[in-house]
Structure formats: C-alpha cells, structure tokens
Design a protein around this ligand. Structure first.
Ligand SMILES: Nc1ncnc2c1ncn2[C@@H]1O[C@H](COP(=O)(O)OP(=O)(O)O)[C@@H](O)[C@H]1O
Ligand SMILES: [Mg+2]
Length: 1154
C-alpha cells in the first residue's frame, strides 16, 4: 500500500510482469489512474494493465533519465537491460538511431562494428567512411577511390539473404590513413572468410553474389554473346534459391556503378574483361550435367554433352578434353606411379564445385589486392603506432543458425575473441577511472570468456588445433575428428558432446549462448585445397589472368600444397593480427541492433532487441559497471543537482570547495558510513543512493515548487486586483466625465435657445420699429414724388392743353379766316356778278341770280370742307392704329424659325429628287460648269489634311486647289445635289465621318436640293422654345449611326428602289435627324442604352420635315462646333479661305466641316 501512495497520475514506472520468459525485461509504462485502490498503467507498447495492491512489487519508479531517453547511455540512471531497451525504443521512435555509451578519442582509433546480419553494420561502416571523407574535406582522388572500393567489394562479396538484401558474406577491416592535416591519404582493406559455398549453393529465397546478376542485366548483348551468357534463370548456380530478383535493387544500374568504380580504382578494361570471363566460366561450369556410369565395378560418371563445357573451356582457355577429364577422374600418385581413377558422380560434383569456389575465392582475394594497390600508400619510415589512422571493422556478429558449419565456428570464435577484448577493454576503462579518482577498488569482479577461448583455440589440444590435425591426417574424416573432440573436451563445461554416436553435432557454450556445429564437411572446408589435377589444368591454361590468381598454388609443389596452411589456421593468424591492432588502438565499439526481422520500418521487436543486447555483450558492460559504483557525478553536476537538499548551498559556479560541499550533502542525506566514495573529481554512488537522493530531491523540489506557486499566485492575484481596481476607477472617471459633459451640453443648448429667443424678440421689435419708420418715410417720399410728378404732369397737361387749344383755336381761326376770306371773295364775286348782271337784267333779278350762284358756291365750299375734315380724321385714326400695332409687336417674342424662314425664304423648296437636280439656283450657275470634266479624274486617295502642328499657310489655296488637294475620292470643289459617299476630308473617327455625311444631307435639304421627307409625325412639343445653343450642343452630343447613314447613302445611289425598302430607309432616317423631343427620361434611357436602341437619338434626318432653323442648328452644331469637324481644327479658319469663295464655302458644308 505504501508504494501505491507514492505514485501519481503521469508518473513513469517500470512494469515487470514476471512471466519468466527468457528475453522478458521490465517495460516502461505511465500511470493513468491511481485513485481506486488499483493502479492503471499504459505500457510503451500501448497495452493497459491494472495493478492490484498484491502485485505492488511489479512496478518500480523510473529514473528521470529513462523517461525521455538520453544520447549517452552511460547517463542512464536505470542502467539495466530494461533501461537500455527503453532508451533504444525512444530513440528509435524519434528516428535518432545512433546512441553512444562511451566517448573517448585517441591517436589511432578503431571502430568495431558488430551485430546480427542485417542490423546495419555495413551501412554504418559506409556512413562512417562518408563522414570521414566529408570532414577531411579534401574531395581528393584518393578519398574518392576509398569510397568507391565499397561498391566493388559489395558486388563480389555481398548477396541477398533472407535476413538482409545486401548481406556481406565476408569480414572486412578498412584502415584509413590520415596525413598531418587530417586529410585522407590512403587506406588498406583486409578481408576475412568469404563465404565461398554461396557460389555453388544458395538457401531458399537467397541469391548468389550480386555481381553475377548485375553482369547479366548490365552487359550489352554483344558482350553477353561473346561470353555465351543469357538470362539469370538459365544458370543453375544462380537459381538454387529460386530467386533471381531482389526488390529495391536495380542490378542494371548497379552494374554500371561497379564498372565506374572499377575505373576509379584503376582496373583496366582488359582486367575487367578477364574477370567477366572467369565469372561466365563459373556459370557455365555450374550448368555441366553428369550421368552416372559403372566401369570395372567402379562408380564413375560422364559429362552430358552440352555446349557449356566447351564454352567454359574456351573461357578458361584450356583444352576442353582436359577440363572434362579433370571433372570426371582423379590422378593419384602411388609409389611413384600416376594412376587415374574415375570419380563417382557425387565426387565429380564436389570436384567441380571446389574448382568453382577456388576460382571465385581467389578472384575475390585478387580484387581486394588490386583495390589495395590503388589506395594503399605504405608510409615507409614511420612506425605503425605513430600513424594517424582510423580502422573500421565490419565483421559478422555472433550467429546461431539451425545448421552451423565450419565457417560459423570460425566466425563465432572471432566474436568470442572480440567479446573478450571488449569486456577487458571496458573493465580496463573502469579500472582506469577508479584509479584516476583514487578509489579503492576491490568489489569489481567480472566474468570473462577466457575459458571458452582457451578451449576453442588457446590451450593445447584445443578444438581448432584438433580439427587442423585431423585435416592433415590423410585418413582423417569428420567422424574421427568429432570423436577426438569428444574424447578431449567432454568434461569441459563449455563443450556439449553429441547425445549419441549417430549424431554429428557438437555444441559450444559461447558467451552469447550455446551453438551446435554440424561436423560434416568440416575437414574438407578446413583443408581448402584443390586437387593436383585442377592445379595442373590451370597450369595448362593460356589464360594469363587465371594463372595469376592461382599463382601461389601453381608455384608450390604437390607436397607443399598438402602442408599449406589450413583455413582455420589462416583465419586464426589474421585474427591474431587484428587483435594486435586492436590492442594498440583506441577502440570504439558500435553495436548494431536490428529492430525487427522483417526489414520493416518503425517496428520494434522487444524480444529480438533484448536477445541482441545480450549477444552483443552490452550486459557485460553493465554488469561490470554495476559491480562497482554505477552512478557517478562530477562534483559540479552533483552540487547543482542536489544542492536543494541542503538549504543555503550556492550553485556550483559560486562554490570554492566543491568536493567539501558534495561530501557534506552526501553525508547529510546518505549517512557518513554508507558505501559511497569520493573520488578526485567525481562522487561514486550505488544505485540505491541515487534512488534515495532522487526521492529526497523530488520532495525538496516539490516543497520549493509549492512555495513558488504560493508566492506567484499571491503576486498574480494581487496584481490582478490592482489592475482591476485601477480599471474600475478609470471607468468611473470616464463615466462621470461623460455624464457631466452630457448635462452641460444640454444646458448650454437650452441657454443658447433662450438667448436666441430673446435676441430674436429684440431684433423683431427693433425691426418692426424701423419698418414702420421706413414705411412712413417711404410713404412720404412716394407721396412727395407722386405729387411732384402729378404736378409736373398737370403742368404738362395744362401746357399741352394750352398748346392744343391754341393749336385748335389757331386752326379754327385759320379756317374761319379762310372761310371768311372765301365768303368775302364770294361776296365780292356776288357783288361783281350783280354789277355785271345789272347790266343784263334787272337789278332785282340780277341780285337774285347772283344770290343763287353765290349760294351754289357756298354749298360747294361747305362740301369741300366736310371732305377735308373727313380725310384728316381718317389719317389720324390710321396713325393711331399703327402706333397701337407697333406697341403690340414690341411686346411679342421673336420667332426664330419664322425669322430664318423669312431670311432664307428666297431659296425656296424643290421637288426634285437627289440626283435629278435641275439648274443651280441663281448665282450658283458658274459652279455647274466644271462639274463634268472634273468627275473624270479619279483621285482615289485624298491627301490627308495637314496636321495641326504643321503651320501650313492655306492662304495660298484657291478653293478649287484646296479641294483637289484634300477632298477624298472623286469629289471636286463643285457643288453636287446628292448625298456624298464619303466625307470630303479624311477623318479618323467614325463618328466624325458619319456626322460630316449627315451634315451634307442636311445642307442639301436646307438648300432645297433634296426633298423633305414626307412622313409627318406632327409632334409639336414647343421645342422651338428651347434656346438655340442648347439645341446645338445637344446635336453635338448625338451619335450618328453608321448603319443608318449607309442605308441613306444607298437610297441616294439607287433612288426609287422598291417600295418597302424605301419605307425602311425612310424609317431609318429618323436616327439621323435633329432631336425633336427632349424629354429628360427618354434622353437618359437612350444614353444608357447607347446603341441600337438609340435610333431616335439623332432626329435631324428623322422621317419628318424639319424647319430651316432645325437644319441650321444641325449644320452649325455638327459642321462648325463639332471638334472633329470644326473649321478651327484645320488650323486655318474661315479667314484662310478666299473671300470670293465664301458663298461656295457656305454651300459646301464639308469644307466648313473640315
Ligand atoms: N542507418 C541505416 N539507415 C537506414 N537503413 C539502414 C541503416 N542501417 C541498415 N539499414 C538497412 O538494413 C539493411 C541491412 O544493413 P547492413 O548494414 O547491410 O547490415 P549488416 O551489415 O549488419 O548485415 C540495409 O540494406 C538497409 O536497408
Ligand atoms: Mg554487412
């Protein structure tokens, strides 16, 4: 229960399910729930577990370093399998696959890479190589060569296996040499134990070496033909594993890579071809078939006839017959005599495979030597120890297959050695560290595998030497060898003898586990020699290359060959050499761990990883460290981490006596007598010390955290409150201010209104007074003026009256005077007559007669007077009437239209139709004359008008000359009575062209040369009352529509076409006439539509008669004021046109237009 209270939600723990499986280790987990008596945890693999109080021991707290992983695993607090595994898992998930567990540098370094097949050793080697090349940064040729060695080695030494698509089937040690400046100056490659058997046999789903497949894919058809090659599936040696393709590998591309790498490493084309020949020969040999025979009761065989044998012989440049003999029989030398015995089919197959393996193995060795020749520059004088070099050892790791053969024994032996070295090295490092820190070191004891090594290869009668001995013994077989091993080692704990006599396996307890070895074929493989016949055959070959790779074998005699070193002794020797190199190096061990067996990304197989960790010997290291004081902190680290446990301790950088402080802290927390040690720079602790310190630290920090939280929260709340109070005050302030301002505003408005009222009343009163006074004053003034005027008028009336009366009186007087005179004269005449008549008649009668005549005359006079009076009266009435009429006319408005009609009435109208015009009107006859002659001249192109800016003096132009120069087409200066086809002058703007044509039509109508349209809309909307200029500008704003005009022109050319056409033309004229209506809405709509629908826009040519005034508006508007047509545009103006032609100009609107 107690431990339960210790966990909180979110804590990390180690969960040990205690299933007892071999590779089971505690798994990391996080606490999800912990309140219901049970604890629920979620482990790293996403599984949930409930832990009841009985199983409380299943969970343990996790060290902080294990929670998020560390780069250097030495820092792991939980330095055990579980801790390492979890660290690997975290790093793997974060794709940070490289972690370290020691870090030291030295003069000569060696990286030893180990791990299972497919774990990434070779890839890591390549990465390290690339890294070294990159940091040496020279991009030198030698660097390139070193890097290019890899593709070649991989082509010949790597193959697809079930575990790895690019599995190295040989061990490799690359020693890279650096010069003083750190640049790569050379390298040397050593190879170990190429798996030669792969050339002849592959397990299911595996392939032969890459180079064969690459060659078959990459060679040209011609090359292949020369070598008799075809597809990979045609060759037995390439199809044993039933697999010729490898996903993710492009054999064709690889082949070109290999070829280019070979070029870089100075393989000549000839050498390359020779290599190909040998490889092809191997493939052909593989296709040789045998048939079993029996000769003289001896098992024998024959080669089945096929082209493969001959092709192989040709490629090896040996006699085909010799090759066949070699493959089917063996020569024995008994007592100085050579005897040829046939081989059984089984033996024959072995011989063939041995030959093939021999060729391939030697070829591989030769290639490595060739590469070394290119990249290795022996540094003469310097001893090896002084050389700056980095070695990379990529060797197969410890492996345990279902069937393990002789090579496996060698490999595991090598790994045993390396493990031993590794453990000792780590042990040595530990020891060094304790010594450096002056710590008394008695506790550490470590288990090494010296005993196993002794048994395998060191002590007398060891396993390797027994195998060797048996190999040299002519009658030795695998069984006799096994018996000897049993006899010698059956009591050894590291040796596991076969369970019974029939079994051919024995086992060895390696550091990483038990491995059983199958003894069949051991001796054969160990001998690694070829029969004399084959050597003889090679000797007979004309192929220099094959002779070269077999040089050593050919050189030695048959006897020496028998005593030549066995494979195991060769391997042992190179291993010893390697170990010697290792011992003088600063070694770094790179352990490659394979996350899963399926070549899959992001799949972490815990069991597989634990197994690899154990086999890699990581746990040995851990054991060594745990035996001592696994936890160590430098004083600085310790003080900084645990100073919280002792109040008042300053940070490390402020401390003077760090060691003392550490000691004080440790004594206080751990107790003086407990088993912890102070070194010189570090403090050494046991696991439980660290745990205790961590718990205490956690507690102390929690306390501090709570304190900080308390203070921070108090501070936060206080400052929050202050902020809120400040804000409230601010809001109040603003609100109150706003209120006051609002009230004040209202009051001020009220006062203003009051003031205004008062002032207005005052003003009103004073105004009224002033008004009264002024009206009074006005009244008087007016009265005065009226009176004065009255008086004046009175005076005038009186005067007029006086004069008039005078005049009347005088007139009367004059009449009366005249009357009197006439009467007087008549009296005189009567008297004279009376006197005259008295002579003739009686006085009385004379008197009466004179009286009668006198009366007659008087009547006549009276009549005359009455007539005169009547005449005068009539005259006066007429005058009065006239005055009245004039007065009336003065008040009436002037009618523009009538005025114009009156003015231009002399032009009259004509009924003649366009083209049928009669004689020119009076005064224009002279223009008719030249008309006919000039029409003949075809002036297609009129000259353009001079540009505005060209100051051409037009005054020199006669009108005729001007017209000839500038008028377009055939038009001359003479007046024509029909619509023009094109404007007289050239215009860019289409609108201008149309306007010019419309103007001409209007002029023709104005002049009466073109009939008015008959259609009568008879709309009288009082448009006459619109001011002239308004109309003119309206006309200017109109658009003249091309289509309508063209129709009109058509009418002009073919007058009296059929009726309906004319009707439509007439209808279209509507659009070309001055606007009659000017209703705003209509106008606006039209302008908006601005196109087809605006036909009524220009109503000058509308289908109705127009008044002269309207026509004049149109002519002025378009012909004179329109910017494109106006006279001012030409820059000449009317003034420039000859005076005498003005009338003509006037009659030719096109010129005006220009
Ligand atoms: N660092 C790495 N990054 C990505 N893939 C890798 C890495 N190391 C190894 N591999 C993959 O694993 C395969 C086997 O690696 P390899 O180095 O050939 O194994 P080994 O030499 O240990 O047998 C490679 O072909 C590659 O696909
Ligand atoms: Mg490899």
């Amino acid at each position: 229960m107690l431990i339960f209270e210790y966990f909180y939600k979110g804590d990390y723990v180690w969960l040990d399910l205690k299933t007892g499986q071999e590779f089971e280790v505690p798994i990391g987990a996080v606490v999800k729930l912990c309140d219901s008596g049970q604890i629920q945890v979620l482990d790293d693999e996403g599984n949930e577990h409930w832990i009841s109080p009985q199983n409380a021991t299943n969970i343990k707290p996790m060290h902080p370093t294990s929670i998020h992983g560390v780069e250097d695993m030495i820092r792991l607090g939980d330095l055990n399998e579980a801790g390492i595994l979890r660290n690997l898992l975290i790093r793997y998930r974060e794709k940070l696959i490289y972690v370290s567990s020691t870090a030291k540098t030295g003069g000569i370094c060696l990286f030893k890479l180990s791990g299972e097949s497919g774990a990434g050793k070779t890839e890591s080697t390549k990465l390290i190589l690339q890294f070294l090349a990159a940091i040496s940064g020279q991009h030198s040729w030698i660097e390139q060569q070193v890097l290019e060695a890899n593709p070649i080695l991989e082509a010949f030494g790597n193959a697809k296996t079930i575990r790895n698509d690019n599995s190295s089937r040989f061990g490799k040690y690359i020693d890279i040499h650096f010069n003083k400046r750190g640049a790569i100056e050379g390298a040397k490659i050593e190879q170990y134990l190429l798996e030669k058997s792969r050339v002849c046999r592959q397990a299911h789903d595996e392939r032969n070496y890459h180079v064969f497949y690459c060659m078959l894919k990459g060679m040209t058809a011609e090359e292949k033909k020369k070598l008799g090659l075809s597809k990979a599936t045609d060759f037995t040696y390439l199809t044993m594993g039933n697999c010729t393709m490898c996903d993710g590998r492009d054999d064709m591309k690889e082949y070109s890579n290999i070829r280019s790498a070979m070029k870089v490493l100075m393989f000549t084309d000839k050498e390359n071809w020779e290599i190909s020949k040998l490889l092809a020969a191997i493939l052909h040999m593989g296709n040789i078939r045998y048939e079993a025979r029996t000769y003289d009761n001896l098992d024998a065989c024959e080669v089945v006839r096929s082209p493969h044998l001959t092709t192989a012989a040709t490629l090896l440049e040996v006699v085909s017959k010799d090759l066949m003999n070699c493959m089917t029989s063996r020569t024995l030398i008994t007592r100085g005599e050579t005897v040829s015995t046939p081989l059984s089919m089984e033996q024959a197959l072995d011989v063939r495979d041995a030959f093939v393996k021999g060729i391939y193995g030697r070829l591989f060795v030769w290639i490595v030597e060739k590469i070394n020749a290119a990249i290795y520059k022996p540094t003469s004088s310097q001893p090896k120890a002084l050389r700056r070099s980095i070695g990379l050892l990529d060797i197969f790791g410890f492996e345990n297959f279902t069937v393990n053969s002789f090579e496996q024994l060698c490999i595991n032996f090598a790994n045993e050695n390396l493990q031993q070295f590794f453990v000792r090295h780590v042990f040595k490092l530990e020891q060094e560290e304790y010594n450096l820190e002056h710590i008394n070191w008695q506790h550490i004891e470590f288990t090494d595998n010296q005993d196993a090594l002794d048994m395998i290869a060191i002590k007398p009668m060891n396993i390797i030497s027994l195998i060797d001995e048996e190999s040299r013994f002519p009658k030795g077989t695998d069984t006799t060898m096994l018996n000897k091993l049993n006899f010698q080692h059956k009591l050894n704990t590291y040796y596991i003898p076969p369970k019974n006599n029939h079994e051919t396996q024995f086992g060895i307890q390696h550091f990483a586990g038990v491995v059983y070895y199958e003894t069949r074929g051991f001796l054969e493989k160990n001998r690694d020699t070829l029969y004399g016949d084959i050597i003889q055959l090679v000797h007979s070959s004309k192929n220099k290359f094959i002779k070269q790779i077999f040089q050593a074998d050919v050189a030695m005699g048959a006897e020496t060959r028998k005593r030549s070193p066995t494979l195991s002794s060769q391997f042992k020797r190179s291993l010893e050499l390697l170990m010697r190199t290792l011992s003088v190096c600063q070694p770094f061990f790179v352990r490659c761990i394979k996350p899963n067996e399926y070549k899959k990304p992001m799949l972490f197989d815990r069991e597989l990883c634990v197994r690899q960790l154990r086999y890699s010997g990581m746990m040995e290291t851990i054991r060594i460290r745990r035996a001592g004081y696994p936890i160590r902190y430098t004083f600085v680290e310790f003080v900084d981490r645990y100073r919280v446990l002792m109040p008042g301790v300053k940070p490390a950088y402020k401390q003077e006596d760090l060691r003392g402080t550490c000691q004080r802290i440790a004594e206080a927390v751990l107790g003086r007598d407990d088993d912890w040690k102070m070194g010189k720079t570090k403090i050494f602790l046991k696991d439980h010390h660290d745990m205790l310190l961590e718990i205490e630290r956690d507690k102390a920090i929690t306390d501090k955290v709570i304190l900080i939280q308390k203070v921070v929260r108090g501070f936060k709340d206080r400052s929050n409150f202050l902020k809120m109070r400040k804000s409230a005050v601010l809001i109040q302030k603003l609100w109150r201010g706003y209120q006051c301002r609002k009230n004040y505003g209202a009051m001020r408005a009220g006062f203003s209104r009051l003031q205004a009222l008062v002032r207005s009343r005052k003003l009103c009163a004073s105004y009224n007074v002033a008004r009264q006074r002024i009206t009074g004053f006005q009244g008087r003034c007016r009265g005065f003026l009226v009176r004065r005027a009255f008086r004046h008028r009175l005076w005038a009336v009186i005067t007029i009256q006086a004069y008039t009366r005078g005049m009347i009186a005088r007139r009367l007087y004059k009449r009366l005077k005249g009357e009197y005179r006439r009467r007087l004269e008549a009296e005189k005449m009567r008297l004279a007559e009376e006197t005259k008549l008295r002579n003739q008649m009686s006085a009385k009668r004379a008197k009466a007669e004179a009286e009668r005549k006198h009366q007659e005359r008087l009547a006549k006079l009276a009549k005359e007077d009455a007539e005169q009076e009547k005449k005068e009266k009539e005259e006066a009435r007429r005058k009065k009437e006239m005055v009245e009429q004039m007065e009336k006319a003065r008040l009436e408005p002037v009618n523009d239209s009538d005025l114009v009609d009156k003015m231009f009435g002399f032009l009259g109208t004509t009924t003649s139709f366009p083209g049928q015009e009669g004689q020119a009107p009076a005064g224009f006859e002279d223009l008719e004359r030249t008309h006919r002659e000039l029409e003949e001249e075809d002036l297609d192109e009129a000259l353009p008008l001079p540009e505005d800016d060209e100051e051409e003096d037009l005054s020199e132009y006669k009108f005729a000359k001007y017209a000839a120069t500038y008028f377009q087409g055939t038009t001359t200066h003479t007046y024509v009575r029909r619509p023009l086809k094109q404007p007289l002058l050239f215009h860019d703007d289409e609108g201008d062209q149309l306007a010019a044509l419309a103007v001409w039509i209007t002029v023709l109508r104005f002049m009466g040369d073109l009939p008015e349209p008959k259609y009568h809309t008879a709309i009288s909307d009082g448009s006459e009352k619109i001011p002239v200029m308004t109309k003119i500008y309206e006309t200017l704003g109109k658009k003249t529509y091309k289509r309508e005009l063209q129709a009109l022109q058509g009418e002009g050319e073919t007058p009296h076409a059929d009726g309906h056409k004319k009707n439509s033309v007439r209808h279209k004229l509507v659009s070309l006439t001055l606007k009659k209506k000017s209703k705003i809405t209509e106008e606006v709509t039209k302008r908006l539509n601005d196109g087809e629908h605006g036909l009524h826009g220009n109503s000058m040519l509308e289908d109705r008669p127009t008044s002269n005034l309207e026509k004049l508006h149109f002519i002025i508007g378009n012909g004179i004021l329109r910017p494109g047509l106006s006279l001012s545009r030409s820059g000449s103006g009317l003034g420039n046109i000859p005076e005498g032609r003005y009338l003509q100009v006037h009659r030719d609107p096109q010129l005006i237009v220009s």
